[in-house]
Design a protein. Structure first.
Length: 305
């Protein structure tokens, strides 16, 4: 199937039983094997490149991308006020979070329910990887396969951040459009893949789209708290019995490669793909690699149905 013939829905809102609204979009035929794409910290659905989604759909998949809560056009929990001091306390192992990775996983399952899907193949990046791991642990009967990209297990001794990126994580996202764009581009440059450069034009366009969809600093902090208060999933991951692939860049400053190695080591039979020169982004030069790994993982999951 050529990409030009892939059906693409308009953005829609799914109202979940929890009261959360999730904004989503689909690509391809709803009768094909479903792939749910879960983005990371502060990332709206547009961080899953449209062409990449169309290519996955052209391979014979029903592709779903969405905004996590507190991102883009999904529900923002404005009443749950948090500040940077809460994040610092969480770094130290203190305090709590307004919601957990389990809640974010429930949002994803709620979206699948809205679409009438009992099962799906799940793919997650960074925080999204943590979410799909949580999904597979909570309801393994609903997860056909899992691809975890540049993520970690929740164990604090692996997948740690380089000290160079910590100030950027706590910096303000910016109160104006231009301030946000400049801040976003600086952050992107700090975690960009050295061997697969992203042009300033692409980086700016992504920041502009993110601003237009809606960005809130408090929402980013709430997601950070969910990450920082997550449990260690290692023992639960060892009990998974499903096709899994783990992708990680060897130059990742935000989630150290030890996080990917620990994830792959914990899950029986996991395929582990390490990419030299990749950091903490999804550069277009690697889209074919991601596509191949995801498609192969989905095929293993379909063979078990």
């Amino acid at each position: 199937m050529a990409r030009s013939t892939v059906a693409r829905s308009e953005e829609q809102l799914a109202e979940l039983s929890s009261g959360i609204e999730i904004c989503f979009q689909t690509f391809g035929d709803a009768g094909d094997p479903p792939i749910l794409l879960v983005m990371g910290l502060s990332g709206p659905m547009g961080w899953w490149d449209e062409g990449f989604c169309a290519d996955l759909a052209a391979d014979g998949h029903f592709v779903i991308r969405f905004d996590n809560r507190d991102t883009g056009r999904s529900t923002r929990l404005r009443e749950d006020r948090v500040g940077r001091l809460d994040v610092v306390r969480a770094f130290l192992g203190l305090g709590s979070a307004p919601y957990s990775l389990g809640d974010l996983a429930d949002d994803a399952f709620g979206l699948l329910d809205h679409l009438g899907l009992e099962q799906a193949h799940v793919v997650g990046v960074s925080m999204g990887g943590m979410i799909v791991q949580t999904m597979a642990i909570a309801h393994p009967e609903r997860v056909l396969s899992m691809t975890s990209i540049m993520s970690t297990t929740g164990r604090r001794t692996v997948g740690f951040q380089s000290p160079k990126v910590l100030p950027g994580l706590l910096a303000s996202v910016g109160e104006t459009r231009e301030a946000y764009i400049e801040s976003s581009m600086r952050t992107a440059a700090r975690i960009a893949s050295p061997d697969f450069p992203t042009t300033d034009e692409i980086s700016r366009a992504r920041a502009e789209e993110t601003w237009e969809r809606g960005i809130a600093g408090s929402g980013v902090l709430r997601q950070m708290l969910a990450i920082l208060t997550q449990p260690d999933r290692t023992d639960d991951l060892r009990r998974l019995d499903l096709p899994v692939s783990v992708i990680h860049g060897l130059s990742d400053p935000l989630v150290h490669r030890s996080g990917g190695r620990a994830t792959a080591a914990a899950i029986p039979g996991a395929r582990h793909v390490e990419i030299p020169g990749m950091a903490h982004d999804l550069p277009h030069q690697l889209h074919e690699t991601f596509r191949e790994v995801i498609t192969e993982t989905v095929e293993r999951g379909e063979a078990r149905r």
